[in-house]
Ligand binder design. Structure first.
Ligand SMILES: Cc1cc2nc3c(=O)[nH]c(=O)nc-3n(C[C@H](O)[C@H](O)[C@H](O)COP(=O)(O)OP(=O)(O)OC[C@H]3O[C@@H](n4cnc5c(N)ncnc54)[C@H](O)[C@@H]3O)c2cc1C
Length: 419
């Protein structure tokens, strides 16, 4: 099942850029480029704009895209990859053009400094705006909620690039560009104005709050319809009537049993938003949008190994309720005993559900490494592996497990970082 999904997401990721190459070949056949470099300029421009549309498609939150990738976190990784590739090809486009005949100051000026040619200016506008926006993404680290607004301006990059292509092309290239702008803006409109309204939402009320040091735990009671979810899934939470907490929607895994009436959210104070959650009050209303995610228990694989790091424990707190039929080993890692606020809850569950819980403390034992896995879970290669924790830990563990011979498709993980 995982193998099929990884093949499908590769096809989905590459389909538009490959179509761009196909369209370029058709176009070159109909009207051959004057020089090879001019031809390459057109090709890089076309692939570049295909990747821009692709990155919008990957940020759309269309349910089918999430399904293809097996989780929104993976979709966002491909969104980022698409953006990076778009930049490389868009960067090459004016460079090829400037060097396509004579390479001198005049040709550089013509392709890099806006002038009287409107059909060039649109392309330059897209190029420079893309550079500025990427500066905000990669170099100047803006707070997430501000960065998010700058990032939305990517739609202007798509728009200007498309106008540039419309101005400079005809035939099959024109048509392909039309498809790309429809796909890109359609995805943007869906993400901005339709998704939040169409997706099922539920009104909940805070019924209890627990402060566990750096973690604020909110218990939510349904006002009317109860959200149905699978253990391990996450939701977007939006405060509706609090004057003390921003109304921005944030994603959180549900850390409670799907059979319970109450939903529990355990939020670690990390930044602008999460550090204000201690201002939540019993009775505050929240809108829940979801459920999302595919980080759920696959009961067809009996032998499993779960590894949690820090706040990455939250989906597992829900998943342990679904672990009856599993032969499960759960490595629960925290810095130290003080940080392990859910250890006693998990110890009780491990007795009730009969799984092996291995607490791990990185302050005294160091980070989990190959030796640790081999010594503590000798049959790890026979197990399906689930990991959730800080990104650095997850990717390091995944690479290490692959080196030890675990098939990539047998490792499932949930990344709490969308950016
Ligand atoms: C699938 C998923 C499940 C999560 N589950 C939990 C959980 O159970 N407990 C927990 O403590 N945290 C969880 N998180 C992380 C939590 O959403 C972020 O810590 C929180 O949104 C940070 O917001 P901030 O403003 O406090 O921090 P900031 O410092 O502003 O942001 C830190 C990072 O959080 C992400 N982020 C910030 N705002 C948003 C937003 N509105 N939408 C999406 N991502 C955003 C970005 O990657 C950003 O770089 C989860 C994240 C994801 C993606």
């Amino acid at each position: 099942m995982f193998l099929k999904s990884s093949l499908l997401n590769k096809i989905f990721f590459w389909i538009l850029p490959l179509l761009a190459i196909f369209v370029w070949v058709l176009d070159a056949y109909a009207s051959p480029p004057v020089t090879i470099v001019k031809g390459l300029a057109k090709l890089s421009g076309l692939i570049g704009i295909a990747f821009i549309a692709n990155s919008f498609l990957h940020a759309s939150r269309f349910g089918f895209v999430e399904k293809i990738y097996g989780g929104l976190d993976k979709v966002y990784k491909s969104h980022k990859k698409s953006g990076r590739y778009a930049y490389v090809f868009i960067f090459l486009h004016p460079l090829f053009l400037a060097t396509s005949s004579v390479f001198n100051l005049e040709s550089l000026k013509l392709h890099y400094i806006p002038g009287s040619l409107l059909n060039y200016n649109t392309g330059m506008g897209a190029f420079y705006l893309l550079n500025i926006l990427l500066l905000f993404t990669l170099v100047i680290k803006l707070p997430y909620h501000i960065w998010k607004y700058t990032h939305k301006l990517m739609i202007v990059v798509l728009f200007l690039s498309s106008v540039h292509v419309f101005q400079n092309s005809f035939g099959v290239v024109w048509l392909f560009n039309f498809v790309l702008i429809v796909l890109g803006t359609g995805s943007f409109i869906y993400r901005e104005w339709i998704y939040g309204n169409l997706d099922k939402k539920y009104i909940y009320e805070i019924s209890a709050i627990r402060n566990l040091g750096i973690i604020n735990e909110l218990q939510l009671k349904p006002r009317a319809e109860k959200l149905l979810f699978k253990a391990g899934q996450f939701v977007f939470i939006k405060f509706l009537d609090s004057n003390l907490i921003s109304k921005e929607a944030h994603p959180f895994s549900i850390s409670s049993d799907p059979h319970d009436e109450i939903i529990r959210i355990s939020a670690k104070s990390l930044g602008d938003y999460t550090s204000t959650l201690d201002r939540a009050r019993v009775g505050d209303l929240v809108k829940i949008v979801g459920p999302h995610g595919y980080f759920t228990v696959d009961k067809t694989e009996r032998k499993q190994l779960w590894i949690s790091g820090g706040i990455g424990t939250t989906p597992f707190l829900s998943m342990v309720n679904d672990s009856d039929v599993l032969d499960l080993v759960f490595v629960h890692s925290n810095k130290n005993n003080n940080d392990a606020v859910y250890l006693s809850e998990l110890q009780e569950k491990s007795k009730a559900k009969d799984f092996k819980l291995i607490p791990h403390f990185s302050d005294s034992e160091g980070f989990i490494n190959a030796e640790y896995i081999q010594n503590n879970i000798p049959d790890f290669k026979e197990r399906e592996i689930y990991i959730c924790g800080p990104s650095v830990m997850m990717y390091a563990l995944r690479d290490m497990l692959i080196k030890l011979g675990v098939e990539k498709d047998r490792i499932k993980f949930e990344d709490f970082n969308f950016k």
